[in-house]
Design a protein around this ligand. Structure first.
Ligand SMILES: [Zn+2]
Length: 313
């Protein structure tokens, strides 16, 4: 079975090489070849009409994409446009499994199958509950034999050397309201806290790399002080601007309004605030959003667009 899959892979790669004319390649929009930066692959929410890819971020260091966080719809294309390679990525993080944070994951993984990645890809995300799969369930529901939707890629999730050492290694993160160490390698450390996003298991993430702290709120209503602890003294804080001030009901139970973003950014003394996950209900209200935040937080406030690059200095 494995050898059949490998020959199919070899054939597909051969066909793609012979059909490549090189004339229509989109210019790479990478974050530069030196220093540390966050690139926003998707700055929108779930709505196609916002004309933005859904949530996804890269952490770049010296021209390599080291971390991918989330993979919402449209982000696999943006990943290609960014010039990033999955073969460079050390770790993949999920904030949660709503469609606008996870639906391009299989597209990204199938794309990476054509690259020369020859080491496992660690994947970390939330535990599951009755509304959402755990991270391990999510990955296995996509790729495992015999029931996975794309089980033709099951070599990627089975212990085997058939894919040249490239396997997906999903982990469920049991996080509480104080930051927990999740991943560490030679020069990077990653922490998570549990955040409240309605009834859906969700995490906020902090990546420490190159002596800097980069924090991603993910989707949350901002309840509790876990996110503030996680974001303490962050050099860059990416927060989700999914609802306007005054939001009520289910919108408010899921998301934090600008006043809450401003309070967290101020209490955590973050050096720069980037607003992403921009939706139809917040687009066009940037002046109000900024004013609410400025009442509480005095640092720079930046609104993200797809492929924007934010240097971390
Ligand atoms: Zn979302």
């Amino acid at each position: 079975m494995c050898s059949l899959r490998l020959s199919v892979k070899a054939l597909i790669i051969f066909v793609s090489f012979v059909s490549l004319d090189g004339a229509s390649l989109v210019a790479a929009q990478s974050c530069g070849s030196t220093g540390l930066a966050v690139q926003v692959l998707g700055s929108g929410g779930p709505e196609g009409q916002d004309k933005r890819a859904s949530t996804s971020y890269l952490v770049w260091q010296n021209g390599s994409a080291r971390v991918v966080l989330d993979a919402g719809g449209g982000s696999a294309l943006r990943f290609g446009e960014s010039g990033a390679q999955m073969s460079q990525v050390d770790v993949f993080l999920f904030s949660h499994f709503h469609v606008d944070h996870s639906s391009d994951f299989p597209a990204l993984i199938f794309s990476s199958w054509f690259e020369d990645r020859n080491r496992p890809l660690p994947i970390y995300g939330p535990e599951g509950n009755e509304f959402m799969p755990s991270t391990t369930e999510f990955v296995h529901d996509l790729f495992s034999d015999p029931h996975g939707a794309w089980r033709y890629l099951s070599d990627l999730v089975e212990p085997s050397t058939a894919s040249g050492g490239y396997t997906l290694q999903p982990h469920d993160v049991a996080a509480g309201s104080t930051p927990v160490l999740v991943f560490r390698n030679a020069d990077m450390t990653v922490y998570a806290v549990k955040v409240i996003h309605g009834a859906f298991p969700a995490l906020a993430w902090r990546v420490e790399i190159g002596g800097k702290r980069i924090v991603f709120s993910g989707d949350t209503n901002g309840e509790g002080d876990g996110l503030t602890q996680l974001a303490m003294n962050a050099d860059l804080f990416v927060a989700h601007n999914a609802v306007p001030e005054g939001a009520t009901g289910v919108e408010r139970r899921l998301h934090m309004p600008p006043s809450v973003i401003g309070t967290i950014a101020a209490n955590a003394h973050v050096r720069q605030l980037v607003l992403s996950h921009r939706m139809l209900r917040t687009l066009g209200k940037e002046n109000d959003t900024q004013a609410e935040i400025k009442r509480r937080y005095s640092g720079p406030i930046l609104f993200a667009n797809d492929l924007d690059c934010f240097p971390v200095k």
